[in-house]
Write a protein that binds this ligand. Structure first.
Ligand SMILES: CC(C)(COP(=O)(O)OP(=O)(O)OC[C@H]1O[C@@H](n2cnc3c(N)ncnc32)[C@H](O)[C@@H]1OP(=O)(O)O)[C@@H](O)C(=O)NCCC(=O)NCCS
Length: 143
């Protein structure tokens, strides 16, 4: 397995991976131009796993100088339970730490039971004391 930073040229392939994975919510913010902006703004924090040139895993991360935010952890079904996600998370957290970020968050859909079990098993704490409020500034309900 080869691990490397995600590039915008990977977008079509990782988008297919995300679409194939249950439990991920995709929005206009996942379009090629938006992901390009994200990668340019957060260099060196998003990674893919490649098996014989086939992308089988992805993780994206950014930070706001205080907290890290992990997104779109996904591993192809036929490559799961081989430690790919663990390595992607490790790469991400190490890169965030190198930029001074010691605490990170991940949003997981409430009905993604498998994903929730996964993060809990990896030692991530479910936060029951906060509720996320979101606001769309404009007409695009799929922003
Ligand atoms: C969740 C996901 C990323 C895990 O990928 P993976 O590469 O199979 O995970 P790993 O191989 O690194 O697993 C590491 C450990 O977690 C365990 N594990 C893997 N999937 C698990 C799950 N769904 N629930 C509980 N434990 C799980 C593994 O057995 C392993 O345990 P071990 O170290 O004791 O052997 C993958 O199942 C996936 O892509 N799911 C769909 C998308 C998703 O839900 N993403 C997370 C929400 S953002």
């Amino acid at each position: 397995m080869n691990y490397r930073c995600m590039q915008i040229s990977d977008h079509d392939t990782v988008m297919q991976l995300w679409c194939d994975c249950e439990g991920l919510l995709l929005r206009d913010a996942d379009s090629k131009s938006a992901v390009g902006r994200y990668l340019a703004r957060n260099p060196g924090l998003s990674f893919v796993a490649e098996d014989d040139d086939r992308i089988v895993g992805s993780i994206m991360a950014g930070h706001d100088a205080r907290r890290g935010y992990i997104q779109h952890l996904a591993v192809a079904e036929d490559t799961r339970r081989q430690g790919v996600a663990s390595r992607l998370i490790e790469l991400c957290l190490d890169a965030l730490k190198a930029q001074g970020i010691e605490k990170s968050h991940v949003h997981v859909l409430k009905n993604n039971r498998s994903g929730r079990r996964y993060w809990a098993k990896r030692g991530w704490s479910e936060r029951c004391e906060t509720i996320l409020y979101s606001y769309v500034n404009g007409e695009n309900e799929n922003a």
